[in-house]
Design a protein around this ligand. Structure first.
Ligand code: VG1
Ligand code: CO
Length: 545
């Protein structure tokens, strides 16, 4: 095996965002673009962390080509053990598990998550460290710095390695292992949840699920888990065949994009008990009951409140964490359970230290992300199995479980407004104008709301002391309500402005109103503070979740 060192010149735009480097496919196809970023990842690692590597992706367009390049570069950079998912497939949660289970130095996951795929779509690359979690900011900053001045990369001369069968190939001192991407993950799920109980209820026709893999990576996992191991009928799975363009759709499990599933769950008669979907790389989840949507923030709170009913979590909880824009519903449960609730910036990388340090058991984000200490990524199928297990134990509907939760803790009405692809300079101006008013806002009254606090969220990691500043603007209206404003770090076109609205209603209040109606006055306050429509000429957000 020959290795070549290739001269290159740096790209200045290789800054990882909330979850890795994401660009249009065409952008990645520029000469040396992928190679430069990959070399920068390798160069960012200490010498003793460059022995073993996991590689896989969500099967989107360009996955195959990129994997072959990264494989050759891993060999060219002296990695001794390289583990690859069969067909190049690995969901993000499975990748996290395998890094941990096989004690690898890290992993490269090829995915742009919920962004559309195909030749005109998006591609992405992220690096996870030894603990199985996304590279922390310290490392992503270093990767960016290295990429900005990179002059060469190393690559082995090699024919494409066949990925369609599980096999081992030896090249000099290095070994490439093509492994089953599904088995270990399914085994872990079987340890955490009561598969026997779910299987019995499926067999008796007492429990039904509709699961939409959205033509993304979780199809093969769902077949193994729901069909093979739990005995659900084939008809419970939708779009379970991974396609490189996700069938032309948006693999984003929310009310705007999972139309087919929504139609099934909204049927007058015969809808399944649980409707669920995952995103492109399998780390997100959406939970639906019959004509009922569970907000991800409520889902996290309900899961924490019911953890003692699930085999993997019977021993009790260490603590919980939520990203700052996630509603405060889980804080109420944590308080009742007398455990700490941490508030972190957006992005799973901030949960890693809390999990590693034994401070939390569960964590989640409003963006359809929920997870626990079983791995170091959010985990779509895990969350769905948790709910399935809960339905089997409580023998109640999703809606009834959530309603009883609200009756006990009150309800945090919640909505996120996304204004996608707006002119970057307008978006930045809007945010900086608001930032400029932060000191004068407290004490001001807008309609029925009095601002008690306004700040730019800054997080000090309690484990390593690192500081992350400017993580989003919080406008607090006492304990009653909150508006959060931040710019997305995962988009590939212009800027996406996110506005998060949340208002609390106590158990004695009105718990069953439509979210839109209940939040309308607060949304108007938002438009008053941040005149997005006025400044962009839009009539409203593109997506409301
Ligand atoms: C979005 C979500 C964030 C999530 C991130 C990655 O980031 O808001 O909560 O962690 O996507 O999820 P942003 O910066 O666009 O708001 V995934 O499934 O795309 O890895
Ligand atoms: Co994702």
């Amino acid at each position: 095996m020959q290795t070549r060192t290739v001269s290159t010149s740096p790209y200045k735009d290789q800054a990882p965002g909330t979850s890795g480097l994401r660009k249009r496919v065409g952008h990645f196809q520029q000469p040396h673009y992928l190679e430069n970023f990959t070399q920068s990842i390798f160069d960012s690692l200490a010498a003793d962390q460059r022995h073993s590597l996991l590689i896989g992706g969500d099967g989107r367009y360009y996955n195959d080509t990129a994997i072959q390049t990264i494989l050759r570069m891993a060999l060219g950079n002296g990695f001794r053990r390289i583990v690859v998912g069969q067909h190049g497939y690995l969901s993000t949660p499975a990748a996290s598990l395998l890094i941990r289970k096989y004690q690898l130095d890290g992993g490269i996951i090829l995915s742009a998550s919920h962004n559309p795929g195909g030749p005109q779509g998006d591609f992405g690359i992220k690096f996870n460290t030894r603990n199985g979690g996304p590279a922390p900011e310290r490392l992503t900053n270093r990767i960016y710095q290295l990429a900005s001045s990179l002059e060469q990369y190393h690559i082995a001369e090699l024919d494409p390695v066949p990925l369609h069968e599980c096999a081992t190939y030896q090249f000099g001192d290095s070994r490439i292992e093509i492994i089953d991407p599904v088995g270990d993950y399914s085994d872990l799920m079987e340890q955490l949840f009561d598969f026997e109980l779910i299987r019995e209820q499926f067999a008796a026709g007492e429990l039904h699920i509709a699961y939409d893999a959205m033509h993304a990576i979780t199809g093969p996992y769902a077949r193994e888990i729901f069909q093979q191991r739990l005995g659900a009928p084939q008809s419970s799975l939708l779009n379970a065949e991974p396609l490189s363009d996700f069938g032309g759709a948006h693999p984003d499990p929310n009310l705007a994009h999972a139309e087919q599933l929504l139609a099934i769950m909204n049927q007058e008669n015969g809808a399944p008990d649980l409707g669920a979907a995952s995103d492109g790389d399998g780390d997100r989840n959406m939970i639906l009951g019959r004509r009922f949507f569970v907000t991800p923030s409520d889902s996290l709170a309900v899961m924490v409140a019911n953890a003692h009913r699930i085999p993997g979590y019977r021993e009790g909880l260490l603590g919980v964490a939520r990203s700052m824009p996630t509603s405060r519903a889980v804080d109420r449960v944590a308080e009742r359970l007398e455990v700490t609730s941490y508030e972190t910036p957006t992005g799973w990388k901030f949960f890693g230290n809390l999990l590693d340090d034994g401070r939390i058991t569960f964590c989640g984000e409003e963006s359809f992300g929920t997870g626990s200490g079983h791995i170091r990524e959010k985990d779509g199928l895990w969350a769905i199995l948790f709910w399935l297990n809960l339905l089997a134990v409580r023998r109640q509907s999703v809606a009834a479980i959530v309603a009883s939760h609200w009756q006990e803790y009150g309800r945090d009405y919640y909505a996120r407004y996304d204004y996608e692809n707006i002119d970057s300079s307008i978006a930045e101006q809007l945010v900086s104008d608001l930032r400029g008013q932060l000191t004068e806002l407290p004490g001001q009254r807008i309609a029925d709301f009095v601002i008690t606090r306004a700040d730019d969220f800054c997080y000090k990691d309690p484990v390593d002391g690192s500081l992350s500043e400017h993580q989003g603007i919080r406008i607090l209206f006492g304990e009653q309500a909150r508006i959060v404003v931040r710019l997305s770090g995962t988009g590939t076109d212009g800027a996406t402005l996110r506005l998060y609205f949340e208002q609390y209603e106590p158990p004695t209040g009105q718990l069953e109103l439509p979210t839109e109606e209940f939040l309308q006055p607060l949304v108007e306050v938002g438009e008053n503070l941040l005149p997005v429509c006025q400044k962009t000429g839009r009539s409203g957000p593109n997506v409301i979740t």
